[in-house]
Design a protein around this ligand. Structure first.
Ligand code: CA
Length: 229
């Protein structure tokens, strides 16, 4: 089921949108201010966002711009002012669609469905052409920087992602902490190599069923780490 995020400070409008979308089988959350809206949008939990322009705190312009830099989900922007819609279009913030209030909720639902279908096709195309590493229950999409653990998408920081990908691309090879530190942090080994240990621990917490008995990244005592294949 697709998850929709509504960022809207007018409760009656937000509730109306939510009701219609839920009737069409969507899972819907509402955030009524810019700060929480932005946070929710960046969580990676949602498939599409309906974003009001005028919001307390962070406004819709800012949210759209920030989200677009990082996320690929469709964004439908709504505003009470036709002028504002023209302005957003002009700014090229990367919204996928614009609607002027008041609009009919069924028109909104139709547009939501159309955008989700379009994104699915796009993502399907991209995934088919992406560089993907699959080892047992672990799937790493290098092109999209996304990771799935047993079918569930899991969030990794950039360094965790780089480290996991490097190890998975070089299975059965033991790397010392110094080597990994140089490889991933791109520095001569004068930094704190304990960073490597900390990152390995975090990765294990995300990928391993039992961290005391790792199935992916093994510790080779006194030497370093090895990705088990
Ligand atoms: Ca508003």
């Amino acid at each position: 089921m697709s998850k929709i995020l509504i960022v809207e400070d007018e409760a009656s409008i937000a509730e109306l949108e939510k009701d219609y979308l839920e009737l069409s089988g969507f899972d819907v959350d509402i955030q009524n201010n810019g700060k929480n809206g932005l946070e929710a949008a960046m969580s990676g939990e949602y498939d599409l966002m309906i974003l009001d322009l005028m919001l307390p705190g962070v406004d819709g312009f800012e949210i759209c711009k920030t989200v677009r830099e990082e996320k690929n989900m469709p964004i439908i922007m709504v505003s009470a002012k036709k002028d504002d819609i023209d302005k957003i279009r002009g700014l090229g913030l990367g919204a996928d669609d614009y609607m002027t209030k008041p609009f009919s909720p069924s028109e909104l639902v139709a547009r939501v469905k159309a955008h989700l279908a379009r994104y699915d096709r796009l993502v399907g195309y991209r995934e088919a052409h992406n560089e993907v590493i699959e080892i047992r229950g672990l799937k790493i999409d290098k092109t999209a920087h996304r990771v799935w653990v047993n079918g569930e998408e899991t969030q990794f920081t950039t360094k965790e992602f780089d480290l996991l990908t490097f190890l998975a691309e070089n299975p059965n090879h033991v790397f010392s902490k110094e080597e990994l530190f140089r490889e991933i942090w791109n520095m001569e080994s004068i930094g704190d190599i304990a960073t490597v240990t900390v990152h390995i621990k975090k990765i294990r917490e995300k990928v391993e069923f039992d961290t005391s008995n790792p199935q992916y990244i093994e510790t080779i005592w006194g030497v370093g780490y090895r990705f088990k294949i």
